[in-house]
Design a protein around this ligand. Structure first.
Ligand code: NAD
Length: 301
């Protein structure tokens, strides 16, 4: 049995990971989370207090990070500013959290010789042409395009340097797009679902031809646990699900699963006529929805 410090454990993937750890291991978990707009205590509701505790704090604050790291066996680092659109409007929090925050954690892990796993994204590799058969590999050169992905790329390089310069026992994983419970309504899949539930027509950028590999957050969690257990120090692991779909087919699938015509995103200008079954957990996503749509309306998306 071990003690894990999970940063960003009240966010989407972090909270799924905490639930996964409680279900599948005997580890105890301390979640360190600043509870930004993206963090939500409710995502940890119902977990046994003897196994999981939440500390509200900033990963860039060494006074908070250091004692928590000292008492842990491994740090699993999910905390990040994670939304591309936000990074185009205000990059500063991305630098503070993704770069300075990661640096602060690395220094604490080095001081206390603690195992470190860094969660990153395949967006550090940039994008491929739609007809390009190539796949990203661990040695694909980094080519990030947004302040979000560039700060994630920078944080990956910090981790690699701490391994090589200081012998930190660290691993990195770069995962493709996640879906699953507890995902903020600003993100693509929950936004489309909650739009439909509110009677709004799903919106697609660029005719929906963008292709993403989609993986369930629970599958991401099991891969991270496997790396923590058996990963080779200094290695980078790519996590994906062979689940490539363009955005258009994702929206069509959502409409189909919600009992609507698959072309309803294109042709239905007003509230779809079907009686809709409400997605569970509106108490969880409802309060965020109006703010997210006001932001998208201001930025024209
Ligand atoms: P999220 O935005 O849902 O959650 C981030 C969490 O970090 C929130 O709970 C937030 O409160 C917390 N946080 C932010 N700044 C903090 C700070 N300074 N100190 C402490 N806590 C802070 O993000 P997510 O989608 O769950 O992503 C988690 C990680 O996985 C990120 O590192 C992201 O880059 C990576 N990732 C995400 C995806 C995806 O599809 N969402 C894919 C691959 C990798």
């Amino acid at each position: 049995m071990g003690k894990l410090l999970v940063t960003g454990g009240a966010g989407f993937i972090g909270s799924n990971f905490v639930h996964h750890v409680v279900r599948h291991t005997d580890h105890t978990v301390t979640v360190l989370d600043k509870l930004t707009y993206a963090g939500n205590r409710a995502s940890l509701a119902g977990l046994p207090p003897a196994r999981v505790r939440l500390v509200v704090g900033d990963i860039a604050d060494a006074a908070v990070v250091d004692p928590l790291t000292a008492e842990t066996d491994a740090v699993v680092h999910f905390a990040a500013e994670s939304h591309n659109d936000n990074s185009l409007h205000d990059p500063r929090p991305f630098v503070d959290t993704n770069l300075v925050g990661t640096y602060t954690l690395l220094e604490a892990a080095r001081r206390h010789d603690v195992r470190f796993h860094h969660i990153s994204t395949d967006e550090v590799y940039g994008d491929l042409a739609l007809d390009d058969p190539t796949r990203f590999t661990e040695s694909t050169p980094y080519n990030p395009s947004s302040p979000y992905s560039s700060t994630k790329a920078g944080s990956d390089l910090l981790v690699r340097a701490w391994v090589r310069s200081f012998g930190l026992r660290a691993t990195i994983s770069n995962c493709s797009n996640n879906y699953g419970p507890f995902q903020h309504v600003e993100k693509f899949i929950p936004r489309q679902i909650t739009n439909v539930l509110r009677g709004l027509r799903p919106k697609l950028y660029g005719a929906g031809v963008n292709v993403r590999d989609w993986i369930h957050a629970d599958d991401h969690s099991s891969a991270v646990l496997r790396i923590l257990d058996r990963g080779e120090i200094g290695e980078t692991y790519l996590i994906g699900a062979d689940g490539e779909r363009d955005n258009r087919s994702v929206v069509e699938l959502i409409l189909e699963l919600m009992g609507l015509p698959v072309d309803a995103y294109d042709l239905v200008p007003d509230r779809p006529g079907h009686d809709l079954r409400y997605r569970e957990n509106e108490a969880w996503w409802g309060p965020e929805k109006d703010g997210v749509e006001a932001f998208y309306a201001r930025t024209g998306r």
